[in-house]
Design a protein around this ligand. Structure first.
Ligand code: ZN
Length: 437
């Protein structure tokens, strides 16, 4: 019997996990975490005969994997790209540092997991059992990200081919070239697709870059500081690459990078051959000051400069230090370059021009920001038009399951795929099992 079970990431963004089972072989695709809401971890599953495949390093895909590290005698092997393996090491250790006692796993589990994580190149097939093979394909989301193709050999009736997109992006950005067309993948029986932005359209990337560059330039000319709170993995490096590309457009000022974005950039610099924008990121990083101590932090704020610092939604990190310093300066700008989820300080700042900062001692303080605040859409996920275009090229009339989006997005995408494109499609639900034969 062959079956697909949705363990998490259904009608929500976070805690993604999908299990495929065939005659004793068990392939788990992602095992992530959610930082809010009811479903913070995927459903539990046995580690018996389990092989995990990780699409990319973001914690909503990888953050619960240490729960499945397995025993020393029966470790759970994990397969992913070499870059994702290196980034996961950084992120899972950081999660341990921040989460401490509130986590359900400890350092030993993380180390055990990382020890059993093996690298696969894009296109390199790994045989999980004599009948089940997995192949990683470039997902175009962040450097090292992959979609996962699972191929199951049937008993005389041909094979079953299942594609799990993971987080998907089809447009070229500075860092990555975008996922290839589904036509190149051959006939598919099932596609499990992300739906994060299935309700919206992104503006053209070139326009976003140009408006962003113009805002940065104007701020620097006024002798202000440009603070860019950015997600450490992917977005900080994309912004660095954009600033490098347009450096001759009045952006030739010092650039500082702080927090987790530094170590992530350093890891990506070791793998520049594995993503299209690698060589450009390498050149960009050479011009940047990696903030090491308090005097670097002071220096960053003395003269006109650009500062890239996590966290992207201002929930913590060094971005808050800089934000306090520039809040009163009308010449400075705070440029938000990622989605600001409702309820986060970043969303509050965008909506009201102020935000509440919470201290470790439990006290809170309201910060009114007089610096200019703007937001730019540098998304690295497919939008509605792009995901429909991507799926339209599928061969073999696959059945489509939507996940990794809120309930409305997942259902709306499935409904459009049914009514306008003639696919069999539905929004997956947590705990749902599809029995294939
Ligand atoms: Zn992601």
């Amino acid at each position: 019997m062959t079956q697909i079970t949705f363990l998490g990431g259904c009608q929500q963004v976070g805690a993604s996990a999908v299990l495929i089972e065939h005659k004793g072989a068990r392939v788990l695709m992602d095992y992530g975490v959610a930082f809010k809401g009811e479903h913070r971890t995927p459903l539990p599953t046995s580690t018996r005969n389990l092989t995990a495949v990780l699409s990319h390093a973001h914690l909503d895909h990888s953050g619960s994997l240490p729960l499945l590290a397995g025993s020393h005698t029966q470790p759970v092997p994990v397969y992913t790209t070499a870059l994702t393996r290196a980034l996961s090491k950084l992120l899972l250790k950081d999660m341990l540092r921040i989460g401490g006692a509130s986590l359900s796993f400890e350092r030993q589990e993380v180390e055990h997991l990382l020890k059993n994580t093996q690298a696969l190149a894009y296109g390199q097939r790994h045989q999980v059992s004599d009948k089940v093979g997995v192949t990683l394909l470039d997902a175009g989301h962040i450097p090292g990200s992959a979609s996962i193709l699972v191929e199951i050999e049937g008993n005389g009736s041909g094979s079953t081919r299942i594609l799990y997109t993971g987080d998907l992006n089809t447009r070229a950005t500075q860092l990555v070239q975008g996922a290839p067309s589904l036509q190149e993948i051959g006939e598919l029986d099932f596609v499990i697709v992300e739906s994060t932005y299935a309700l919206s359209e992104h503006p053209p990337r070139k326009e976003v870059e140009q408006t962003f560059v113009e805002t940065v330039r104007a701020t620097l000319e006024e002798r202000g500081t440009v603070l860019i709170p950015a997600f450490a993995v992917g977005r900080s490096q994309e912004v660095l690459s954009v600033l490098h590309k347009y450096r001759s457009h009045g952006l030739d000022y010092p650039i500082y990078i702080d927090g987790m974005a530094k170590s992530v950039t350093s890891v990506m610099q070791r793998y520049t051959q594995s993503f299209t924008g690698g060589p450009q990121l390498q050149r960009a990083a050479k011009r940047v000051t990696f903030v090491r101590n308090a005097s670097d932090r002071r220096r960053a704020l003395e003269d006109p400069a650009i500062i890239i610092a996590p966290a992207g939604m201002l929930k913590g990190g060094s971005a808050l230090h800089y934000l306090r310093a520039v809040a009163d300066d009308r010449r400075s700008s705070v440029l938000l370059v990622g989605k600001q989820l409702q309820g986060t300080p970043g969303a509050e700042l965008l909506d009201t021009g102020s935000l509440t900062l919470h201290s470790r001692d439990g006290s809170s303080q309201r910060l009114h920001v007089r610096a200019k605040v703007k937001s730019f859409n540098f998304s690295c996920h497919v939008d509605r038009g792009e995901v429909l275009d991507f799926l339209r090229n599928a061969r073999g009339n696959p059945q489509i399951l939507t996940m990794h989006g809120d309930t409305v997005a997942c259902n709306s995408l499935a409904e459009t795929l049914r009514s306008e494109y003639g696919f069999t499609a539905e929004a997956a639900t947590k705990g749902q099992t599809l029995i294939l034969n």
